[in-house]
Design a protein around this ligand. Sequence first.
Ligand SMILES: Nc1ncnc2c1ncn2[C@@H]1O[C@H](COP(=O)(O)OP(=O)(O)OP(=O)(O)O)[C@@H](O)[C@H]1O
Ligand SMILES: [Mg+2]
Length: 420
Amino acid sequence: MAIDETLRVAVVTMPDQIDQEWIARLGQDPRVGWMERGAILSTGLEMVKQSRPDVVIVDRLPTETEEFIRQIFTSLPTTICIALTSLTDVNVVRRLMMAGARDVLVRPVRHVDVLQSMNAIIQIEQDRRSRQLVNSDHHGYGRGKFVVVISPKGGAGTTVVSTNMAVALRQISSGRVALADFGLQFGHVGTHLNLFSRHTLQNLLAKSDEIDDTILAGVMQQHGSGVHVLLAPSSPEVAGEITREQISAVLDSLLLRYRYVIADTWCVLDEVTMALLERADDVLVVTTPEIPALKNVKFFLEYLAQHQLTRGRVSIVLNRFPSVDSVSLEDVQQHLRQPISANIPSAGQLVTYSINRGVPVVLSHPQSWVSQSLRKLAAYVAGEQVTTISLEPEKGKGRDNAGGQPRRGLFASLRRQTSR
Ligand SMILES: Nc1ncnc2c1ncn2[C@@H]1O[C@H](COP(=O)(O)OP(=O)(O)OP(=O)(O)O)[C@@H](O)[C@H]1O
Ligand SMILES: [Mg+2]
């Protein structure tokens, strides 16, 4: 949330107070991009947890407001809560503040009072967060950047991309990097990095409310590159038992301690994957330039948009492009109706060599075209202005073993398959 961005606001009030003028006017204010109202406490809490607004305004009886705000403050610590009260008794105000309210406004309120309060808090919050980032050494990132690497089609290269990008991010930034394997049933991050341990995400789930430095140190595996790795559970049945709350708690603990948290995922849109997408700052959708994969990506992007599954930036990474007999970049972009943000060339020999040895290709063959592309992708994620599309290796460097010219005209059958 930046001071010049529109705000997402939730208002929770009494059933007979839901039509107050200040609420209607706040909803029409250009500063407010999205507003939801609720008048039932239990569903209001659920609504807030799901929609994760920037600001929640609670206009109930003091004890209800206090309890509601406490629950939000403890489960969504970055959401700003503002309380409305008729009682100016300092003890009431104190209790609301202690529960987590950032401001207490006295009824009757006007929508400009609420707007002023929100703007002032957001300004302070931004100053505080940017200072935290500057002052941080290895801890206290305020909130790191959360990147989800996902593909709606198995085998597209999410694990190759996530592992190499994590290592490259560690190399190009001075920040701490965590790589978490949420490929819950058949996670292969450990294999790609040659890391094996009985300490996995499963150990954190049981203690998700009390994760601290000591617990994390026992679970995160240290890779030689400096990346800290959270391995996937070793038994597949754990996947079905994980709750949204546990995932949220694990992510909070990681984002507090790492500048970048990269999640590798599997291609199942279950509750865990949804929870990850909801929290993502960046979503990298990995696809290969083949018709079944592109067809799935198109549906997936539509699904993301229709269900507003993420507020993060969504970027398409075209893996194994260029490669022999693949379709052309223009055709892919035209079909997906979205630009491709980055491509990673096909480099079968190097990538297979690197996976089989458990050494990411950015370390085993740092000068190769595929590694350069993966490093550029890492720079893109870090917020650098880089050219992330490269259809030819740089001068003086041969193809890694990709080959062939992209082919046009393969899309007629794809259009037939995906048109509705
Ligand atoms: N850029 C590339 N060039 C050549 N081969 C690649 C490239 N990226 C991935 N591969 C190949 O594709 C295979 C699948 O990659 P990866 O395991 O990363 O996919 P995934 O999407 O994580 O699969 P899963 O759905 O099983 O999790 C790898 O074993 C590797 O051989
Ligand atoms: Mg994988």
